[in-house]
Design a protein around this ligand. Structure first.
Ligand code: SF4
Length: 304
C-alpha cells in the first residue's frame, strides 16, 4: 500500500479510503489537532496550560504537541500534572514513563496522590467498598477533583484532558445509555458546563483523533510512553460500550466520526439547558457542588 506521494504507507484510513506514509500521517495528525485548537479557540495569550498526564499514549501526545506550540508561539506556558491513584502494578509503571518523557521534552511535572488527598489509594478504596461500587466510579470522581484542585493551586488557566475520538464517543454513548443529560452536556471540545472560577476550564485537543492513530503516532515517534491497561478497566461500563462502538466502526467505517458530529450539533441545546445552573459550596469540604454535599465527600463516606 502506498501513500499518494509514492512512499510506503504506515496506515490506511478506512473512513476516508486513504493510505498515508509516516511523514504525511504525522503531519495530518498535527494539522488536525492544531485546527481544532484554533477552531474552538482553546488557547488564549497568557494561558497557563496544565496537561493531565498519565504516562500513556494520548496524554503524552497532547503534552508533546502543546509544548511544541508553546515554544513556537511563546504566548502561553505548559506544564503537566499526574494523578497517582495508587493502582499497584499499573500506575507505578506509567509514572516512570511520564517522568522520563517530561525530562526528555523539558516540561515540569507535578505528581499528586489519592493517598495524600483522600487518605487511601484506589486499591484500598476498592477493598473497603467490597464491590458496592466499581473502581472507575471512585476513580473518575476523585481524579477529576484532584486534577481540578491541583490545576487551580498551580494557577492554571486551562486543563487539558487528552480524550481521543474513541474516548469521546464512548462518553457520548454511555451518557445516552444512562440517560444522563447533565454529563452529556460536559462532553465537548471545551468540557465545562458551569462557568465558575473554582473550575479550571477543560479543553480536549485530541477529541477528533482515533485511538489507533494516537497509538501509531507515539510508536512512530518512539516516545517513552506505556501501553499498559489499568486492571480495573475491564470491569467498567465503558469497556462494553467500547466493544459495541468498535464493532459498529468495523462494519460501518466512519461511525465514530458520525456519532461525534451528530452529538456536537445537539450539544449547544444541552449546554443552554445546563449552563446557567447555580453551583454552591459543599458543606463539608467547600468545593463546588450543585447539592448540599459534593460527590467526593459522598463517595468518601462509603469507604470510611
Ligand atoms: Fe481509573 Fe477506571 Fe481508568 Fe482505571 S480504568 S484509571 S480505575 S477510571
Amino acid at each position: 500500500m502506498r501513500c499518494d506521494c509514492g512512499r510506503e504507507a504506515v496506515i490506511f484510513r478506512r473512513f476516508e479510503g486513504r493510505a498515508l506514509c509516516r511523514q504525511h500521517f504525522i503531519e495530518s495528525v498535527d494539522r488536525r489537532i492544531k485546527k481544532l485548537i484554533r477552531k474552538e479557540k482553546m488557547i488564549d495569550d497568557g494561558d497557563r496550560i496544565a496537561v493531565g498526564l498519565s504516562g500513556g499514549k494520548d496524554s503524552s501526545l497532547a503534552l508533546y504537541l502543546l509544548n511544541n506550540l508553546s515554544k513556537e508561539s511563546k504566548s502561553f506556558k505548559v506544564f503537566a500534572i499526574l494523578v497517582d491513584e495508587g493502582v499497584k502494578g499499573y500506575r507505578d509503571k506509567t509514572i516512570k514513563h511520564a517522568k522520563n518523557f517530561c525530562k526528555d521534552i523539558g516540561v515540569k511535572l507535578h505528581i499528586v496522590r489519592f493517598k495524600d488527598e483522600y487518605g487511601k489509594t484506589l486499591d484500598q478504596i476498592v477493598k473497603k467498598s467490597k464491590g458496592n461500587l466499581k473502581a472507575c466510579t471512585y476513580c473518575g470522581v476523585f481524579r477529576r477533583d484532584l486534577l481540578n484542585k491541583t490545576a487551580r493551586k498551580l494557577k492554571a488557566t486551562k486543563l487539558v484532558i487528552a480524550h481521543n475520538l474513541d474516548d469521546e464517543v464512548q462518553s457520548i454513548m454511555a451518557n445516552y445509555v444512562r440517560g444522563d443529560l447533565l454529563r452529556a452536556a460536559r462532553v465537548g471540545a471545551k468540557a465545562y458546563v458551569v462557568k465558575d472560577a473554582r473550575f479550571i476550564p477543560r479543553i480536549k485537543p485530541l477529541r477528533e483523533i482515533p485511538e489507533k492513530e494516537t497509538a501509531l503516532y507515539v510508536l512512530l515517534k518512539k516516545f517513552d510512553t506505556g501501553f499498559e491497561e489499568c486492571p480495573y478497566a475491564m470491569e467498567s461500563f465503558r469497556w462494553d460500550i467500547r466493544d459495541t462502538v468498535n464493532d459498529l466502526e468495523n462494519k460501518f467505517p466512519g461511525t465514530k466520526y458520525s456519532i461525534l458530529r451528530t452529538f456536537d450539533r445537539i450539544l449547544p441545546v444541552l449546554q443552554k439547558e445546563f449552563l446557567n445552573k447555580k453551583i454552591g459550596k459543599c458543606s463539608k469540604c467547600g468545593e463546588p457542588t450543585s447539592g448540599e454535599i459534593c460527590k467526593v465527600c459522598t463517595l468518601l463516606k462509603t469507604v470510611k
